[in-house]
Write a protein that binds this ligand. Structure first.
Ligand code: CAA
Ligand code: NAD
Length: 283
């Protein structure tokens, strides 16, 4: 399977990062989102990240321009018609993802792999929206994509071995480390991480400590690079809530019940860094 042209759906924090690392590895990329303003914001982030590399003399200005030139943007999902792989990074919602995959299945060439960057949703169920479940796979990048080494790779029930192999090879070309895990809610990364974040929110909700104190404990006491509430704000509180809901529903165990304070913040539109306010306020 020869992958040359990549489509990335969603130009948010994850989609823009995925487009950046694909273009840096020499792939031709088309980045799609619902509105031009979302694409402009995503390209702005890519430009800023690459400029930092130029400023640190790790890349020349000409190399930066070559990378940017490898990324086209569009609001038209029909751009899937001539790509070898689609990596979907839209919102963490089964209805939205199934809808996108249904359309991609109609538009993308028969050989194209349809990958999803879902944090927690069942790959098998997303694949069931298509007539090519053997070509559907989970390719779960970590945030911030340009920095984090891991890509969790998750097969659906029907994923073909050659599709798994192609994704593993592509992950290595992106200078990342693939780890295969099975198709269970939250996979490994968010099954372990998100309950810790949810518990940290409970400690604030129950008045055990302030957000600052919780973060200090985990940073200085456990050597975490970011405290769990800073990390939750960084991930996006909406995404954290969706993931907890998937764990709660998927395992049916009350230990995964999302903290009411998390629900309240999301209802208020306090989504963390991306909305300017979450557990902390951002300028
Ligand atoms: N985008 C691109 N690059 C970034 C960045 C961003 N948002 N934030 C930081 N960087 C780069 C910096 O430019 C810097 O690069 P160089 O060393 O090459 O100059 C490097 O990362 C280190 O940055 P800083 O020195 O400014 O800050 P730091 O040492 O605190 O590191 C961090 C920042 C890497 C984000 C670190 O705080 C960290 O590892 N945090 C935890 C991240 C994490 O846990 N991610 C997983 C989230 S869960 C997930 O992704 C799965 C899911 O489904 C929800
Ligand atoms: P985000 O809110 O930053 O970006 C989502 C983008 O998708 C937005 O620009 C939105 O306009 C776009 N979008 C929504 N519906 C769309 C559609 N139908 N077609 C095209 N674009 C659409 O979210 P994010 O943090 O980038 O998360 C995206 C996905 O990646 C989610 O599935 C999330 O669970 C997963 N993920 C997130 C993280 C994280 O730390 N934030 C880490 C790993 C995986």
């Amino acid at each position: 399977m020869d992958i040359q042209k990549v489509m990335v759906i969603g130009a948010g924090q994850m989609g823009s990062g995925i487009a950046q690392v694909c273009a840096m590895a020499g792939f031709s990329v088309v980045l799609q989102d619902l509105k031009d303003e979302f694409l402009d914001r995503g390209m702005g982030v890519i430009n800023k990240n690459l400029q930092r590399q130029v400023d640190k003399e790790r890349m020349t200005a000409a190399e930066k321009e070559e990378i940017i030139a490898r990324i086209q943007t569009t609001t038209d999902i029909q751009a899937a018609k001539d790509v070898d792989i689609v990596i979907e990074a839209a919102v963490e919602n089964m209805e939205v993802k199934s809808n996108i995959f249904r359309q991609l299945d109609e538009i993308a060439p028969a050989h194209a792999i349809l990958a999803t960057n879902t944090s927690s949703l069942p790959i098998t169920e997303i694949a069931a929206a298509t007539k090519r479940p053997e070509k559907v796979i989970g390719m779960h990048f970590m945030n911030p994509v340009p920095v984090m080494k891991l890509v969790e790779i998750i097969r659906g029930l029907a994923t073909a071995d050659e599709v798994y192999q192609a994704i593993e090879d592509m992950t290595k070309k992106l200078n990342k480390v693939p780890v295969e895990v099975n198709d269970f809610p939250g996979f490994v990364s968010n099954r372990v991480l998100m309950p810790m974040i949810n518990e940290a929110i409970y400690t604030v909700y129950e008045g055990v400590a302030t957000p600052e104190a919780v973060d200090e404990v985990m940073k200085l006491g456990m050597n975490h690079p970011m405290g769990p509430l800073t990390l939750a704000d960084f991930i996006g509180l909406d995404t954290c809530l969706y993931i907890m809901e998937v764990l709660h529903e998927g395992f049916g165990d009350d230990k995964y019940r999302p903290c009411p304070l998390l629900r309240k913040y999301v209802k208020a539109g306090w989504l963390g860094r991306k909305s300017g306010r979450g557990f902390y306020v951002y300028e």
